[in-house]
Design a protein around this ligand. Sequence first.
Ligand SMILES: Nc1ncnc2c1ncn2[C@@H]1O[C@H](COP(=O)(O)OP(=O)(O)OP(=O)(O)O)[C@@H](O)[C@H]1O
Length: 697
Amino acid sequence: MARLAIHADFMQEYARLERSVQTKVIEVLDRFRQATHTGRHLERVGNARDRRMHTIRIDLFWRGVVLAPERGDLYTLLRVLPHDDAYTWAVRHRASVNSATGSIELRDVAAIDATYPELSRMAERRPERLFAQVNDADLGRLGIDDQTLAFARTLTDVLTLEASKAFLPERQWEVLYGLAAGMTVESVWTELGAVATAEPYDTDDVVAAVERGGDRLVLVNGPDELMKVFQESLAHWRIYLHPTQHRMAYGSFSGSARVTGGPGTGKTVVALHRAHHLAAGGVGRVLVTTFTSTLTDSLQEGLRQLPDLGPRESHVDVQTIDSLAHRIFAETHGRPTMIDAQEQQNLWRDVITTLSLPFSEAFLAEEWRQVVLGQQVLDAQGYLRAKRDGRGRKLGNIQKALVWQAMHEFTEELRRRRVHTYETVCAAAAAILAGRADKPYRHVIVDEAQDLNPMQWRLLRAAVPVASNDLFIAGDTHQRIYQHRVTLRELGVQITGRSTRLTVNYRTTAEILAWSLGMLRGERIDDMDDGLETIAGYRSQVHGAMPVLAGHSSRTVELAELCSVIEEWHAAGVKPEEIGIATRSKLAGEGVRDSLATAGVPVRLLDRKTPPAPDAVSVGTMHRMKGLEFRCVAVVGVRDQQMPLQPAVTPESEDEVAHRHDLQRERCLLFVACTRAREQLYVSWTGTPSRFLTAVQ
Ligand SMILES: Nc1ncnc2c1ncn2[C@@H]1O[C@H](COP(=O)(O)OP(=O)(O)OP(=O)(O)O)[C@@H](O)[C@H]1O
């Protein structure tokens, strides 16, 4: 009986076929697999660059392209295409083995042969070379073979490299693209997921490469598995992760691990795969969490698209950290009575008046969150000793004594009134779990981790035992949109040596990504592990239109223009639900919603109360846009008084460090909003544009 391996491209094409053809594909393959003389079903392709290329008949119109072994019974399904296209493809391509990864790869030899002489001629006239700084030995170590090397040595610019993506072997092209984006040989090696082997891979042994599998191939062992692979093919790209993504999603870690990376690099996809993988492993319950309900909804939806977990489905909980905290708190103390932000502010004001203190409400509230709760300070002595690194305003001992009085008064008042804030519920829940030997979860997966506060980290740390694969963290500090800054180590989360950065953006066009990154250039942003995060090497392989920036004379004109832009997108085939509009404030969002609704545009607000509406344009605050994506995005009201939003920025005179952090957070917020766009980005304002835009206009 033949063994089958299925290539990612085959699955991608299969997913696009009509159902009746899909059924035929499965029938043909099942018959093929069971046949004793499998070769009989195959047709050799004349003039093929690779003798192993064959086709298999699906019906009158469709053919599968099969890589048949010269010995053995392992067949690889490469493509499923209309008859003529299948033959043309099979004639032009050759399969080979990547010397660094040991996995199979394909190249369009005919295109390389046709392009190379012209490129060589052009290169003779130009002295510069794209890879002048990388030597042949390093390229060889990264899996670049002789043919690709000769080709790469003729390249003088990135555009030609980009154009050659269609015909160079996929992983080798990615290596070259990474180097061209400024990555070092070492970081490309890490990203390649290559394993240095004692014996080099036999680059001629395609059968061994197929047996090794890799990230673009699935080996199918029996009829059930064949059916399963095809049934799940619609979510297939989620199965074929990039090697770095794959390693993070399916690897085993001796403790907590983390995946970082710019917007759209697939951190959430990795987190979802990991959740699925750990749940399927059946070692214990899995919590998938983040900080907003909009995000947990989209995580839940993402999990639904992965293969069915059967009874193990119930081993996965997807919920916000706040609802976890409430649940744990309620189990012990009953439901807490909460006070909102306004009531908390009033309380701080009362404390300041009663004690005649020279501090603002905002300062005391942040001191309480970041220092007192963040470091679990229990008394005046503890407060005197507490680290205040991230706090700009220096305090002498007398001032600290005054501040502590305020903290004490505030918490006493909460206790007297028997009320709670999100932070106190979270801190209490963390304390409950820390005291329990039986933890509610065996694995915790947290997305958008850059925005968690210290109490939330303590809760998650206490929700799992310290063990292998306990916490898995996905996040990007360039996208931090709240003010929490933590050092994971200090919260009992050790990730050193188990953190990987993803750099390929799958969401946004190169144009939108480069423009958005321009807003962050020069910013010093921490990595939650005592180091600095970098934007080096972030790249997208897809090109599109440049972002459109538009200043308007008045708000009315700005909104009218927004309606025209939406109309244009609609006329170009973009559906309403593929459009997102971001504003800095909720009020501004409501204004946009009203004027779009008046203009007859179907629209819905992204907020906790409004249920999801299909077929409607989504309008939301930049905060609500976090983690989401749309084909087209408009960011409106980006004028200097709104972005940065003045009330959200601590005056420099009050606290210079907080001022700097607040400005950086506002900048990151705009960056987050802009990088939600997959294809088109439109940014508008009235009057003076935001200072964050002037650097990139
Ligand atoms: N290996 C892959 N192949 C194809 N598409 C991918 C791959 N990985 C991720 N994607 C797609 O890229 C987009 C962004 O992925 P995802 O939301 O996981 O990124 P992210 O890093 O979490 O982004 P952000 O930080 O901006 O929220 C999604 O549309 C996802 O489907």
